[in-house]
Write a protein that binds this ligand. Structure first.
Ligand code: SAM
Ligand code: SF4
Length: 408
């Protein structure tokens, strides 16, 4: 067992008190249970006959106590309840965590507080209760509005439930009960056409939903989908069609007033995900719960990344004994941080902020990117510097992986 696996609150509080680099915290809270496992999913989640909601809440609060003992309280700008299916936790649990965070650092007056909610696992009354508990943004896992595609993905919901959730969320944004809402779609599912994706996008956006995340279906190792593909029971996603869809998405969302601001994310003005923005731009953030990954300040380095164990029972056992259930920690030095900031920054339409690159990864980092960027002409694509940002042209989105490999 490595030493950090058994750090107690007392030991941690003896270390220096460290604040987030931009003066505010973002907090991720993971909820690791779902009603059903989707064939393609590799996230830290499982299905339980009975979800131990209260015991898990106690463990998450204990983890917050241990981790914050060595951190400096600061206003909390964003909170994200992700999963799994956190809309199965109940509004009372969410409320208790928000109260705890408010007492610690204080929730900022304009804090963005997001809950991932799935059709079939968040009824109308639940969504209202979550809004009363403090949730002001909901991200719904719609994935598709086609019955066949939903079955293929092993989703627990059907198309009618998906439509009802979208309409409910749009109404809540319209009435001011929520500040914002987002829908997730998956594209590149075998059998899906470009016209079907456009129809799904149109149905979601016609309701007034101001944010869309669209992910290309990935066959993750050791998932039921990977097995089905390996046994040739189902075809693999068609990479060419997925690429066409990725390229077509900005035009698909434009008439509803959304713009691509990150490769997989599209929003109207004022509706970008501030929480994800914090991840992509190198902010420090706290993460708690099964399998959660955080990035916190650390003396003498750019920060420390850590990841929690992915087993819910191992996680709760450790926290019941007042120990962290940490699987790894990694000190992030300027070289690693440069790579991370360039990788995530080039996925943003705005590009990499060269000023913060120097600030976070050390003086000279921006010049290093400039000189690597000068060589990307050889790849047939260009990186463009405008007003202190280095960005990939929108037309080069399909070459992003190659560009990132060349310069990060
Ligand atoms: C892990 S889920 C959590 C939220 C919620 N449970 C749901 O299913 O929407 C977050 C997002 O990742 C997507 N996702 C997970 N595995 C994926 C994969 N292999 N390919 C593409 N998208 C994936 C989900 O479909 C969802 O939109
Ligand atoms: S509902 Fe979401 S988190 Fe749960 S298995 Fe499906 S994709 Fe994964």
């Amino acid at each position: 067992m490595s030493p950090q696996l058994s750090l107690s609150t007392r030991q941690l509080s003896e270390t220096a008190s460290l604040g987030p680099r931009n003066g505010v915290w973002s907090v991720y809270v993971h909820f690791p249970w779902c009603l059903k496992r989707c064939a393609y999913c590799d996230f830290a989640t499982s299905v339980a006959i009975e979800i131990p909601r209260q015991a898990y809440l106690a463990s998450v609060i204990k983890e917050l106590e241990i981790r914050t003992a060595q951190l400096q309280p600061a206003p909390i700008a964003t909170v994200f309840f992700g999963g799994g299916t956190p809309s199965l936790w109940g509004a009372a649990a969410v409320s208790q965590i928000l109260h705890w965070l408010d007492r610690w650092g204080g929730l900022a007056a304009d804090a963005e507080i997001t809950l991932e909610a799935n059709p079939g696992a968040a009824e109308v009354g639940d969504l209202q209760a979550y809004a009363h508990a403090g949730i002001n943004r909901v991200s719904a896992g719609i994935q598709s509005l086609n019955a066949e595609r939903l079955r293929w993905l092993d989703r627990v919901h059907d198309a009618d439930q998906a439509r009802a959730t979208i309409e409910r969320l749009a109404a809540m944004v319209g009435s001011g009960a929520l500040r914002s809402a987002s829908c997730d779609l998956i594209f590149g599912v075998p059998g899906q056409s470009l016209a079907e994706l456009q129809a799904d996008v149109d149905t979601v956006l016609a309701t007034g939903i101001p944010h869309l995340s669209a992910y290309s279906l990935t066959v993750e190792p050791n998932t039921p989908l990977a097995q089905r593909v390996a046994r040739q029971q189902v075809p693999a996603p068609d990479e060419e069609l997925s690429a066409t869809m990725l390229e077509a998405l900005p035009a698909m969302v434009a008439s509803a007033g959304l713009q691509r601001y990150e490769v997989s994310n599209f929003a109207r003005a004022q509706h970008r995900s501030r929480h994800n923005w914090a991840y992509w731009t190198g902010a420090h953030y706290l993460a708690v719960g099964v399998g959660a990954h955080g990035f916190v300040p650390q003396d003498g380095s750019c920060g420390m990344r850590y990841g929690n164990r992915r087993s819910a029972s191992a996680y709760m056992r450790a926290l019941q004994g007042s120990r962290l259930a940490q699987e790894f920690t990694e000190t992030i030095g300027p070289i690693e941080h440069y790579t991370e900031l360039v990788m995530t920054g080039l996925r943003l339409a705005a590009g990499v902020n060269l000023h913060t690159l120097d600030q976070y990864a050390g003086a000279g980092a921006a010049d290093r990117l400039r000189s690597s960027a000068a060589k990307t002409g050889l790849l047939g694509v260009e990186l463009i510097e405008t007003n202190g940002f280095m960005a990939v042209s929108p037309q080069a989105v399909l070459h992003l992986d190659r560009i990132v490999r060349a310069v990060a």
